[in-house]
Design a protein around this ligand. Structure first.
Ligand SMILES: Nc1ncnc2c1ncn2[C@@H]1O[C@H](COP(=O)(O)OP(=O)(O)O)[C@@H](O)[C@H]1O
Ligand SMILES: [Mg+2]
Length: 209
């Protein structure tokens, strides 16, 4: 995975978030304050505007730039959380102009740990972690078992999709949705859904690359 691919992934994520803005907002309307899609679309629009300035940067600097743009433009919980995720992934990729499958997995792991630290959350609390954590575990064990990144990521996307379904069955204990207690049951978590979109988009770009 080279710098050009990373830039294509970021661009594709920005496009997917914009396309799914209304749906993400609808999900957040049910268990939050109805701004998740709007928040993320604003953030990724800022990222898109910064893309030309990323052209000659290494992968670490690009991911850091994405994180910084998200933190400074996205209101709500998801801005600092996704911002931290991209910045932590950026730290791991510092100075690199290409990533092996292992390095990609390490960057995802760092991103997840950033979300956990920043949000003081763990898996099973009906957040983005319920998509990201199963995806990471599946990707890592796929790579460890000898799969290439595309195949491991395809399995990871399936695991994330299952994680999104799982969020319907649990009560939120972090974020705004936790105010609803058992009334959060039956609803799909918006952040887990946007995380799934990011992983899906990454897979699509890698398949096309
Ligand atoms: N402490 C947390 N840790 C991890 N993810 C969280 C946390 N709090 C909220 N989230 C995620 O953020 C999403 C809501 O994002 P958003 O609507 O943009 O922010 P806000 O809840 O401030 O309006 C939730 O669906 C959930 O996935
Ligand atoms: Mg919200």
């Amino acid at each position: 995975m080279d710098t050009k691919t990373i830039l294509a992934i970021i661009e594709a994520i920005a496009k997917r978030i914009e396309e799914q803005k209304d749906f993400l907002t609808e999900l957040d309307n049910e268990i939050g304050d109805g701004d998740h899609g709007i928040n993320l679309a604003r953030g990724f629009k800022a990222v898109e505007e910064k893309l030309p300035t990323f052209a000659d940067k290494d992968i670490g600097a690009i991911l850091k730039g994405v994180g910084t743009a998200l933190v400074s433009t996205v209101g709500g919980a998801s801005g600092p959380l996704y911002g931290t995720a991209f910045m932590k992934a950026g730290n791991v990729c510092k100075g690199k102009t290409s990533l092996t499958a292992y390095e990609f997995a390490a960057a995802l792991d760092a991103a997840i740990n950033g979300v956990k630290m920043r949000g003081k959350a763990v898996e099973g609390e009906k957040t983005m972690l319920d998509a990201l954590c199963p995806a990471y575990k599946t990707i890592k064990s796929g790579i460890d078992g000898g799969k290439n990144l595309v195949d491991a990521l395809a399995d990871g996307v399936d695991a994330a999709a299952k994680g999104v379904e799982y969020t319907k069955t649990i009560i939120a204990t972090k974020g705004r949705a936790s105010y609803l207690k058992e009334r959060s049951l039956g609803h799909q978590d918006p952040g887990a859904t946007s995380s799934l979109y990011m992983l899906q988009t990454t897979l699509e770009v890698l398949r096309g690359a």
